[in-house]
Design a binder for this molecule. Sequence first.
Ligand code: AQP
Length: 351
Amino acid sequence: MSEPVQTPQTSPAPFPTRIFSGIQPSGGLTLGNYLGALKRFVEKQDEGIETVYCLVDMHAITVWQDPVKLRHQTREAAAGFIAAGIDPKRSILFNQSQVTAHVELGWIFNCIARMGWMSRMTQFKDKAGKNSENVSLGLFAYPSLMAADILAYKATHVPVGEDQKQHLELCRDIAIKFNNDYKVDFFPVVEPVIEGAATRVMSLRDGTNKMSKSDPSDQSRINLTDDADTIGKKIRKAKTDMDPLPDHVDGLKDRPEAKNLVNIYAALAGHTPAQVIRDYAGAQFGTFKPALADLAVAKLEPITTEMNRLMKDPAEIDRILGEGAVRADALARPVLEQVYDIIGMIRSKPF
Ligand code: AQP
């Protein structure tokens, strides 16, 4: 039996609103990453909230990454963020390995989190599959490093897709247990921000599986680097059933592929799924898929074009990430030093 999560002895002190989120550069960014996370990152930045965004390369290596590809994917993801609207002057944008506070706090959280909590993480179970004896220890500890990413900035809100909800609950448990164990109101209890019509974009080949950058089938996803022709082909070939679209959203209930395409349309158009159904009630996929493909191309092509332009100057991307890392470090290091003090570590090294 793992230790139960205690309720805080005192309620956490009010913390100023700060957003943190991250994406793993473990492949090219997908439409799922864009609609579930990146689009929301831009909206939060544009609302004028303090935003800290991270390419979590240390998380990416919890499964094998080819070093040359990892470096390319990290730059490409940074280009994707900027092309989608992240302004590195208004948001802090950096890669995780350049700010060592993440792994230092991650280790401390490994000593706070309980084995039982980690064993219940469905993402670990999904990724480990039948091979759990053979996956990295880092994959098991992934959620405590994720908690460190967030809490190193005392972030209060974390925009994510639906799949990250359980990890954020664990982040809350870690913050509560730390505050309780050390009798402090030090870490905020974060709120997940899971918004929009496509919080869980599904595979184009199987409406019951999440669209994922590491899915072996490229046909299962739309990549932010796909050109108009490829996007059109992937949507036209997307798995669907034989029925026309229903005249009410309830009619999508047992039709995962149809529901996925309607949700994608809604999220891209900034509508609700009900509005999409109103416009396309009774339409065959032969009509709906080309309309979705046109919309996807119209929304994604400007991002892809800008990403390609940015990728021509990798040194500039590295400069932006380095500058972001300096700003991130300035926020995270004092938090970590306070943590060392709270937990009783001697910090006497002259600087
Ligand atoms: N299909 C999705 N629908 C909605 N949101 C999604 N996200 C990922 N896939 C979808 C959101 O994107 C953010 C970054 O995810 P991540 O890269 O840290 O890890 P992930 O969730 O494991 O994403 P992938 O694409 O499936 O990566 P791999 O294949 O490497 O594991 C998160 O906010 C996530 O919710």
